[in-house]
Write a protein that binds this ligand. Structure first.
Ligand code: HEM
Ligand code: HEM
Length: 170
């Protein structure tokens, strides 16, 4: 896998903006996370959460569509099959969890809005919301660890997306 970092085509400015801009939006969403269902009694907050979750979902779908149709992975063609599969699993897993968090959130908000707060559906959605939120954090840690692994391999994957701590030349 040792290929010169310069031999890999870097992701373009749009892909980089989507990657790093989305991280800022995600960190903002985490900083605003709710601690308790009863906080939704504040109708303005409930409305805000619903609008934000919808916008987050639209942005995520746009990002997914752009990356899948216009931007191939920077993984070298010679990368072992297990690395390709692991990378796909983690990337698709992140997209799936990042979509399920706002979707379950919209479900929670919808049920709360219609006054169904004690039903099993609400308990199930709250549990799913929590599981997807925790799973995505785990996947992001794996993703960042993998990015550092590529940096160590100096195969150009790190440099293709990350503008800091550039891969050292051999
Ligand atoms: C310091 C932190 C991070 C580093 C160094 C990093 C690095 C990278 C690199 C090098 C790639 C390109 C992989 C390739 O071309 O195959 C990539 C893609 C990706 N990153 Fe990150 N990343 C970081 C944080 C995050 C976070 C926090 C998220 C999620 C919120 C994320 C989500 C993604 C996704 C979904 C892709 C795949 C894009 C696609 O092919 O659709 N990254 N990242
Ligand atoms: C992009 C949108 C969203 C993100 C990133 C997000 C993220 C999170 C996170 C990280 C938690 C903490 C989970 C844990 O306890 O480990 C949480 C909890 C919670 N979220 Fe969201 N959320 C989003 C949208 C929504 C929406 C739209 C609603 C409802 C209107 C909602 C309602 C709640 C509630 C009620 C809790 C507390 C659950 C409990 O009682 O433990 N969230 N959210």
């Amino acid at each position: 896998m040792n290929k010169s970092p310069d031999a890999i085509r870097p992701h373009g400015p749009a892909a980089k903006t989507l990657h790093w801009g989305f991280i800022a939006v995600f960190l903002y969403a985490l900083s605003k996370q709710l601690d308790d269902l009863e906080e939704l009694a504040d109708r303005a907050l409930l409305q805000y959460e619903m609008v934000f979750a919808s916008a987050f979902l639209v942005l995520l779908v746009a990002r997914f569509w752009y990356m899948r149709t216009r931007n191939a992975s920077a993984l070298p063609a010679a990368a072992p099959k297990r690395i390709r599969i692991a990378s796909q699993i983690v990337h698709l897993g992140m997209y799936f969890c990042l979509a399920m968090i706002p979707l379950t959130g919209l479900g929670i908000g919808g049920l709360y809005w219609s006054g169904i707060q004690a039903a099993d559906w609400m308990a199930g959605l709250l549990l799913a919301h929590e599981i997807f939120a925790n799973t995505v954090l785990f996947l992001i840690c794996a993703h960042i660890a993998a990015a550092f692994y590529h940096r160590k391999c100096r195969d150009g994957v790190w440099n293709s997306m990350v503008p800091f701590l550039r891969e050292p030349r051999e």
